[in-house]
Design a protein around this ligand. Structure first.
Ligand code: PBG
Length: 322
């Protein structure tokens, strides 16, 4: 006779249950994305992402007041007058993101600052790089991404996060940062970024939808896990300090496999469409928002992520503290 496995011995004993949890979620696992706009005292709602706003730099202090979220990921959303084909607003030392960095450092020096490095919100055509003869020119884009990263490093960013998916972007940025003595500025690479329809609400939020074509020439096809791992390991060899998988919930297998192939920390991005899915379903009463969010975040950690970028970061931090 085999001894009966009695899970209840553990489950019905609160002390043993806690001791037996394999995966836990903590406040320090969370990264909050912030959309920054020009102007004063303005918070704009985003219809496809209820509860998320674009805010002006002067509202950052109020927005981060008392939150225990340990890190923010900053996105600049410049007005249409700032967009161009060679987007100088992306590397202006007095631009949106440098000002936002200064403010965060001043009002919350305890919060780590990560900045998105991509041209899509700054180009008039909305592509992530320089467009030449109708297509994105990888190699012409690299110096601009490097310049943007340098601008953010100079302003005080702790980590820059290149998301344009140009080949060689991590190496190019590392080289420029090092040659300007920003050897301590880290790089989080959007290493495995799939061409996903779940970025839809973000493109409203960041006003960065491409005016023609899509991003399938530089983002990964949904079915290609091996290519994703290859890309991520290449970024590691180019000098990335963190690797990111994005989106998160539909790509847990990619997180899991990458966890086994790298010793770098992994971030997973619970993207705008994942947020919208939970938010709208919760608003309609179909899902219990708090429970569903916590389950989704634990699942992402279980797959192997060390940190999660999520629009729910502030709420989750509060729920975890209460
Ligand atoms: C910029 C970028 C995108 C996201 C993060 N950085 C959009 C895109 O690639 O189209 C999406 C994030 C989200 O959906 O929350 N390239």
């Amino acid at each position: 006779m085999f001894p009966k496995i009695r899970m209840r011995r553990i489950r019905d004993n609160e002390r043993l249950r806690k001791l037996s949890l394999e995966t836990t979620l903590g406040v320090n696992d969370l990264i909050l994305p912030l959309f920054i706009i020009d102007g004063k005292n303005e918070a704009q709602n985003i219809p496809s992402m209820p509860g998320v706003q674009r805010i002006t730099v002067d509202l950052i202090e109020k927005f981060l007041d008392k939150t225990r979220v340990p890190a923010v990921l900053l996105f600049g959303v410049p007005g249409p007058e700032k967009k161009s084909s060679l987007p100088s607003a992306a590397f202006d030392d007095t631009g949106l993101i440098p000002r936002a960095i200064h403010t965060v450092k001043q009002v919350r020096p305890d919060i780590a600052i990560i900045t998105d490095i991509c041209l899509c919100a700054y180009t008039d055509h909305g592509h992530c790089g320089i467009v030449d003869a109708g297509s994105v020119d990888n190699d012409k884009t690299l110096p601009l991404l490097s310049k943007m990263a340098l601008t953010h490093a100079r302003a005080g960013a702790d980590m820059v996060a290149p998301s344009a998916m140009m080949d060689g972007q991590v190496a190019a940025i590392r080289k420029v940062l090092d040659s300007h003595n920003f050897t301590e500025t880290a790089i989080m690479s959007y290493a495995a970024k799939f061409a996903s329809s779940f970025y839809g609400p973000f493109r409203d939020a960041a006003k960065s939808a491409p005016s023609s074509g899509d991003r399938s020439s530089y983002q990964l096809p949904a079915g290609n896990r091996q290519e994703a791992i290859r890309d991520a390991l290449l970024d590691e060899s180019e000098g990335a300090d963190w690797l990111m998988v994005k989106p998160a919930m539909l790509y847990l297998d990619v997180i899991q496999e990458l966890r086994q192939k790298t010793h770098l920390p992994i971030a997973a991005y619970q993207v705008s469409g994942e947020y919208a899915m939970i938010k709208f379903a919760s608003n309609s009463g179909a899902l219990d928002e708090r429970k569903v969010v916590m389950e989704s975040l634990i699942s992402i950690k279980r797959a192997g992520a060390n940190a999660i970028i999520t629009y729910y970061a502030k709420e989750a931090a509060q729920w975890l503290s209460s």
